[in-house]
Write a protein that binds this ligand. Sequence first.
Ligand SMILES: O=P(O)(O)O[C@H]1O[C@H](CO)[C@@H](O[C@H]2O[C@H](CO)[C@@H](O)[C@H](O)[C@H]2O)[C@H](O)[C@H]1O
Length: 677
Amino acid sequence: MPETRKNTAAAVADPRAGRVRAVIDAVLPCVDAGRFAVKRVAGEPFHVEAHCFTDGHDVLRVVLQWREETQESFHEVEMRLRHNDEWLGSFTPPAPGRYVYTVTAWVDHFESWRHELERRVDEEDVRIAVLVGAHLLEEAAARAKGADQQALKQWAAQLSEAAAQHHASDLKTLALNPSLAELARRYPDRSLAVTHPVLLPLVADRERARYSTWYELFPRSASPEPGRHGTFKDVEALLPYVAEMGFDVLYFPPIHPIGRTRRKGKNNTLVAQADDVGSPWAIGAAEGGHKDILPELGTLEDFRRLVARARDFGIEIALDIAFQCAPDHPYVKDHPQWFRWRPDGTVQYAENPPKKYQDIYPFNFETEDWPALWRELKSVFDHWIAQGVRIFRVDNPHTKSFLFWEWVITHLKREHPDLILLSEAFTRPKVMHRLAKLGFTQSYTYYTWRNTKQELIDYFTELSQGPGREYFRPNVWPNTPDILHERLQSGERATFMARLVLAATLAANYGLYGPAYELMESAPLKPGSEEYLNSEKYQLRHWDRDRPDSLKPFIARVNRIRRENPALQSDWSLKFFPIDNEHLIAYGKRSDDGENVILTVVNLDPHFPQSGWLAVDLAWLGVDPHLPYQVHDLLSEQRFTWHGERNFILLDPRHSPAHVLRLRRRVRSEQDFDYFD
Ligand SMILES: O=P(O)(O)O[C@H]1O[C@H](CO)[C@@H](O[C@H]2O[C@H](CO)[C@@H](O)[C@H](O)[C@H]2O)[C@H](O)[C@H]1O
């Protein structure tokens, strides 16, 4: 039966249905009418808006209802009318997990009566209205119990009695007594209430989902001795280095045994030499597969110790989940049905067009044995979770089945609500968004390829203000082992600094691939290529991390600024400000309470000083237009006193391509002298 006819039939069957007058037109936020979850952070208020009204001018009451997904009873929060039939309410999900919320509304006869009585002046009208009120209070008393019931009955009797004796103004004072109204409000008649038909889902993550600072390194290049394969113990020795730079997530490309058949050689060559180490994403060899560790890196014990040591430095280890197999992977022999075999007995290698991955087989998600495949892949996550890992970067998720992702993420997050999954899908926007909707906590973005002022403004406005922000949390990277953008190929220090400042201040989640970044590695494989020359993807590298020109101190400062300024730890407050120079970009971010305000200005031209007049919005900054204010450059420690909206900016890339300015408003102290806070 068509949906509308079913509804009509149900309405006729329910004797109440035709009497319901409250309408819930929309409940926001919601993603695809409730098909997917909105994302927020546990411990932070979640604001809900409902569009509710009724015919005529009776008064509505509207409540927001929410509960943990697995609980049965709802918590209820009264919503308040803002204007224009828009009702607001909020609740704070107490812990990471899945929640549901909805809205219930009803025409409230008691509130309507009060509203009506307030407007009455005619003595006889007031008297009748008061009698009506007495009747409503008796009804409320019938719904109440104990002392409340007695109080309501008493009030009803008082009103009936008073109606016969008192003047209109006394009657009104008596009837509109606010504390008695409060009591009556607790016992509303909800028999004709309507509830929004969809229980909307909400995923509450832990804080690191909103604010995280990632550093990617290849453990095999962590050795202090040139030519020796790095180990987890070497990475342990690098933890202070990573911590000093202020990173809180340390992410490794796959750490598993690497296939030998079709192993790739240095610089992505298709024939490996005897000493070539292969690509870590070519997972699986005689030594094992996705649950095993490449013996050269160390043992499972070493790994567990590294995870624990990292935690002492405030760093979480993130692993790469790359669901694909080198031809030598044990799965290929043990579960041949998980691969698509061609008539000639071969498997077509994996691709992410135009890239070709000749050294790996993709799984066939159309296999009839899919339940076993799904369970096995989930057990890979389970295995690493059992070793203490809670953050995963998922390789190329768009080349695997969407149904699988929804299933596996739902189950994993139900069991471990603190999991963070970063989706590495540099593909079509709609596909990236679908993956985020399916449950990925964070998503890679196109930031790497957004370089001009207008590109950055358009892209970050979309990310921070567009409807996708309800479920798509950007994680922006100025470089990755796969992407050495043309701009960075110039090797200019100012460009590396500017791209870093942009990433770190435009996005609350950002990461970089080091030490290539801090050492400003800039040589491409060949002209026009975005691949690094002598990429660590195919060979060991030895890095001189102590090089005097390293950007390490600069990165450490930028990350410290992020840590000390809540304005930079979330995305939605971003606001761009006009500045009359195409090479200068300016924007602000502020904390939820408006106390912490950061203005960033970046010179996108690495060669020349650029200057311009910046126009800020004083009301947005929370600055009194009649007082001067100070901006404190947290990069250079310079302080500038500004007046009014328009202020002059000059940025010389030879010194610093950016200002990260903390607003210091003028305040008056108790001793009555002025200072900047
Ligand atoms: O496809 P993307 O560009 O998003 O990159 C990710 O996935 C690739 C496949 O896992 C991975 O590619 C690397 O590993 C392949 C398998 O060993 C190898 O054939 C490629 O040459 C190598 O770049 C890429 O690193 C990863 O980020």
